[in-house]
Design a protein around this ligand. Structure first.
Ligand code: GCO
Length: 481
């Protein structure tokens, strides 16, 4: 419940927990007839899953890897609701072949994963760790051997702790550090990996980690957030240029956590808050990449970023990405705070809403939201193609006789996919859809409790079990074979 709530300052939704309808013995949970099929998305549409290094790999200090800010943060008491950490996670470091076999069995052909910076550059810069580089060679080779495309995210939140000790993203030197990391990785895998993403959700990791302190490294305040935003925006574009230089025929994108923003009532101050929330969540990073600069008029506190901007920076924020990754789960509903601005320029008031359906994260199930946010991003002239690089849901899963009848998760996917297809049929150039996620994994400050996976992981035994939602995708994608 907390992550998005914290980020949007607590929108409270109190909903009686829905009890998943029990299935009659032997009834397939996906007999529901759909009025569309995977063929409607076209023969070139990419179907896959998204994952992240810290959330699945484990091997947190093995074979030369140094600590990331998430290793540090998850070991600090009180930061993780369940007191858990990613030391072992799904042990993907050792089980990657088995997990990629599972992915292939679902008729999916894309595996999106991130590289752990501190695994390949334990000092953050300088001497590479060959064992770390070799691990990702093994993962990429295992993908290719199975006819799966590796899609690599350069940065999914796990900054080397040694760099955070020098100020991390707040330090202007982070641009040089990130460039050195991107050079190493793109040159190492240039011949095997053609699909790249620079960042995963900059609006999330900058606000959660440097404004609100809910994620690693746990810092708060605009004095930490604003330099972080600017340096990350510089790296977003520089990372694109580095990939373009080092990888022939690269398909280069970057991903954005984004949600349609609605106002609770049509009061003037609600509209102002919705506009500011739309900037923080949806516009700030994509508009920088598109050469539109920073939307200061809609979020005046961004003026304070000026002192971190050096001559030539604004021009360097722009990069011509081949695709934009849209990552959507829910929608945001905001209400103005007329009396005491909660965070200076960000006046958002928690709203009590009785929503019909809410996931285990407390996020409203609002399928039309993915259609609306795709259309919002597609409306930018510079956006050439959209890939839904994350969409999925956490619901409580019961493992019974090796099966998980997760009908609510199947229903969620069917309804969200219908809205993605709606946008595509209206002419939006949508090139793919990646489920978040393959395996139940470490859900950041919520630990392992929220299960997003298509595959159930018994973390005591590390055994995997295909949920009904995985079986549904296998059948849904069988048409495409
Ligand atoms: C994100 C991250 C993922 C999350 C997923 C579920 O989008 O925040 O990319 O790491 O685990 O979104 O919250």
């Amino acid at each position: 419940m907390e992550r998005r709530k914290v980020l949007r300052l607590f929108l409270v939704s109190s909903v009686a927990a829905m009890v998943a309808p029990k299935l009659a013995f032997g009834q397939k949970p996906f007999d529901q007839k759909l009025d569309f099929s995977s063929l409607d998305f076209g023969p070139d549409f990419k179907w896959g899953v998204a994952t992240a290094a810290y959330q699945i790999e484990g091997a947190h200090n093995l074979d030369g890897k140094s600590a990331s800010i998430w290793d540090t943060f998850s070991h600090e008491k009180g930061n993780i609701k369940t007191g858990e950490n990613g030391d072992i996670a799904c042990d993907f470091y050792h089980s990657y072949e088995k997990d990629l076999d599972l992915l292939k069995s679902l008729n999916m052909t894309v595996f999106r994963f991130s590289i752990s910076w501190s695994r390949v550059l334990p000092n953050g810069v300088g001497l590479p760790n060959q064992k770390g580089l070799d691990f990702y060679h093994r993962v990429i080779d295992a993908c290719l051997e199975r006819g799966i495309e590796p899609w690599v995210t350069l940065y999914h939140w796990d900054l080397p702790q040694v760099l955070q000790d020098k100020g991390g993203w707040m330090n202007r030197e982070s641009v040089a550090w990130f460039s050195e990391y991107a050079e190493l990785v793109t040159k190492t895998y240039a011949l095997k990996v053609k699909n790249w993403m620079v960042f995963n959700e900059p609006s999330a990791f900058t606000a959660l980690g440097y404004l609100i302190g809910y994620h690693a490294p746990g810092l708060k305040g605009f004095k930490n957030y604003l330099p972080t935003v600017h340096h990350v925006c510089l790296c977003q574009a520089e990372g694109g240029r580095i990939i373009r230089r080092n990888v022939d025929d690269a398909n280069i994108g970057t991903t954005f956590s984004c949600s349609h923003v609605d106002v609770l009532k049509s009061e003037k101050r609600d509209g102002k808050s919705a506009e500011r929330w739309d900037v923080l969540l949806n516009r700030l990073f994509v508009e920088a990449a598109l050469g539109l600069g920073y939307p200061i008029d809609s979020f005046p506190i961004l003026k304070k970023m000026q002192k971190y901007i050096q001559p030539g920076d604004i021009a360097n924020l722009k990069f011509d990405f081949d695709f934009i990754g849209v990552q959507n789960y829910t929608r945001e509903v905001v209400k103005g705070m007329g009396i005491i601005p909660v965070m200076k320029g960000l006046e958002i008031k928690p709203v009590k809403r009785n929503v019909e359906e809410v996931t285990e994260m407390g996020w409203e199930v609002y399928p039309e939201g993915i259609y609306k946010i795709i259309k919002q991003f597609a409306a930018y002239e510079g956006v050439k193609k959209i890939i839904v690089t994350e969409n999925g849901c956490a619901f409580p899963d019961d493992l019974v006789n090796g099966q998980v009848h997760d009908s609510k998760r199947i229903d969620y996917y069917q309804r969200y996919l219908k809205q993605v297809l709606r946008a595509k049929k209206e002419g939006v150039n949508i090139g793919g859809y990646f489920s978040w996620t393959l395996l139940d994994n470490f859900e950041w400050s919520e630990g392992y409790k929220p299960r997003f996976g298509l595959v159930y992981v018994d973390f005591k035994t590390q055994k995997r079990y295909l949920k009904d939602s995985a079986l549904w995708f296998r059948e849904f994608l069988a048409d495409k074979k």
